[in-house]
Design a protein around this ligand. Sequence first.
Ligand code: ZN
Ligand code: ZN
Length: 220
Amino acid sequence: MYNLHAHTFLSDGDLLPSEVAVRYQSIGYKAIAITDHADYSNIKPISTSIVEFCRKWPKDSAIKVLPGIELTHLPPEQFKPLASLARKIGVKIIIAHGETPVEPVVKNTNRLALNADIDILAHPGLITDEDTSLAAKRGIFLEITSRHGHSQANQHVVNQARKFKAKLILNNDSHSPEDIISPDKLIQVGLNAGLTQEEINKIYKDTEDLINRRGGKYAG
Ligand SMILES: [Zn+2]
Ligand SMILES: [Zn+2]
C-alpha cells in the first residue's frame, strides 16, 4: 500500500520526516513520498534536505521513502522552471497543488502545471475536459484525496478520468498524526468517490509502476 503525498514540518506538517515514515510503516504502508510545500523561497533547502533524508533511509527498511515536493500556489508560469529545478536536485515525485474548490488557487494552475514535468496533479477540483485530456496525454496522475475540503471534488475527478482515460492516484495528503489513516481507510475514500474495486486495483498497479520508474534505488 502506498501514499505519495505527505507533509512534514519542513513545511506545514506537524512531524519530523522520520516520524512520518515510522507511523506509515507501523500501519502497513510499503512506500510513501514526502512532499512538502514549495515555491521559490524554499525549494532549494527543502528539496536538498528531503533528498538527503531519503538517501540515508535504510535500504532494508520495510517502507520505501521517496523524495518529493508539492509545488504550491505558484504563479502558474513557475511550474516549469521549479519542476525542472527540483528534478536537478534529485526529487523523484513532483506534485502540483491543483485548483481545489476550497482555496483561492490562481486561474490556469491546472493547465500550466500539467504542461510542466510533474507526476501528480493534486486535488484538481472541477477539472475541465481539456485539462483532463491533457493529463491523460501526458500520463500525469490526477489525485483522489482523503483531505477534508479538497475531497469535495473527488467524484468529479473520477468521472472525468473515466471519460478521458486519465490515470488516478489515491493519496492521503497527511499533515498531522490523525491524518495518517490505514490503507483500508484510504481505499474506502476511493470507494466513496465512486471507484470500483477493479479500478482501485488498477490505481495501485499504476502507482507501483510510478514508484519503480521514479524511485530507482529508493524503490529497491
Ligand atoms: Zn495541496
Ligand atoms: Zn499537500
